[in-house]
Design a protein around this ligand. Structure first.
Ligand code: ADP
Ligand code: MG
Length: 319
């Protein structure tokens, strides 16, 4: 059986890995350049780790009305939509909670161990406190609120990068993976885009691993097993329960979701970790196929998670 020849570029950006795949290898340089442009723009607009980002400047002027760039407005709009769709399980006002839990720089700069933190359970300010007008792009951040777009901006970057790449190459197909937050655009390869499921986007592509195939939309994975650290012997991680402001005490350690866009997939994967057991009925009601891994490592497939792809050990795949 013939294997589709794809063009693949690997790189790093936004504190994680970047993989761009095109169905016509000759398109790779153009596609990668279009992706890079989007990633730079997102980093400058929405990073909470850069003092010079538009988001950092916005967070530093509470109570003031600021007209933000179209890109930051899109990212804030996506985050607020996520909050609405998930009943606030996904909420961009977790900024100070995730920082106080110890995630206060690019993950590479977060020490694996450290002294005990005295964290107090306290409901986060809540997304309704943000005043945002999508039309005029005006935002008012209340005092004491730090907006964090970590859950949606990376997924939005995947969606926008895939769209920008397909425009740049006019035809063919493209896949963009930002640390496992994946968007595809254009024409998929004959066998679909083969995606190996994993709890860790840094894992190796291997034979025999569960692999699914998608042709449109996106997939995202949220996990408490990778971005985690220890303070005073207590294990902490990066997904915050808005009800307590503390790392979520979930029955799931990893959630992967397939959706119409990577943003929707990521909203649902983050929400699934926060919601815990009640995520199952929420995912089913919203027809969001999901693969949930519980604390013992058992896999639960809900809402018609795709069947394993046939012949999936033919490379290339992405995680
Ligand atoms: P990953 O970064 O592994 O793709 P997610 O997409 O779930 O995982 O994003 C997690 C990031 O989102 C955290 O690092 C933090 O910046 C932010 N975050 C954490 N908890 C929440 C939450 N309840 N709602 C919205 N954003 C969150
Ligand atoms: Mg994500």
């Amino acid at each position: 059986m013939s294997t589709t020849l794809l063009g693949i570029a690997d790189d790093r950006a936004l504190g994680g890995s970047v993989r761009v795949i095109v169905t016509r290898p000759a398109d790779l340089i153009k596609a990668k350049a279009a992706v890079d442009k989007v990633l730079e723009a997102i980093d400058l607009a929405a990073s909470r780790f850069r003092q010079d980002s538009e988001l950092s400047r916005l967070n530093s002027v509470p109570e003031r009305e600021v007209v933000v760039s179209p890109l930051l407005a899109q990212a804030i709009g996506a985050a607020l939509r996520g909050a609405e769709l998930t009943g606030g399980a996904v909420d961009p006002t977790i900024g100070s909670a995730v920082r106080l839990a110890g995630y206060d720089s690019d993950f590479a700069g977060v020490p694996a161990d450290g002294a005990e933190l005295h964290l107090v359970a306290e409901r986060i300010p809540g997304w309704r406190a943000i005043r945002f007008d999508a039309h005029s792009r005006s935002v008012v951040v209340p005092r004491g609120v730090e907006i964090d777009l970590g859950a949606t901006a990376k997924a939005l970057a995947s969606d926008l990068a895939a769209t920008a790449a397909i425009k740049a190459i006019a035809g063919g197909g493209v896949l963009v993976s930002l640390g496992g937050d994946i968007a595809v655009a254009g024409e998929a390869p004959a066998e679909g885009w083969l995606i190996q499921t994993s709890e860790d986007s840094g894992a190796a592509i291997a034979e025999g691993e569960e692999t699914i195939s998608i042709t449109t939309g996106g997939i995202a994975t949220s996990s408490t097993t990778v971005r985690r650290w220890t303070r005073g012997g207590v294990v902490l991680h990066h997904i915050i329960d808005p009800a307590t402001g503390l790392p979520a005490n979930s029955c799931w350690r990893t959630a992967s979701v397939v959706a119409a866009t990577c943003v929707d997939a990521n909203i649902a994967s983050t929400a699934a970790i926060v919601m815990g057991q009640s995520a199952v009925s929420w995912l089913e009601a919203n027809r969001l196929p999901a693969r949930l891994v519980d604390l013992e490592g058992n896999v639960h497939r809900v809402a018609r998670w795709p069947e394993r792809a046939a012949n999936s050990d033919r490379l290339p795949k992405v995680l």
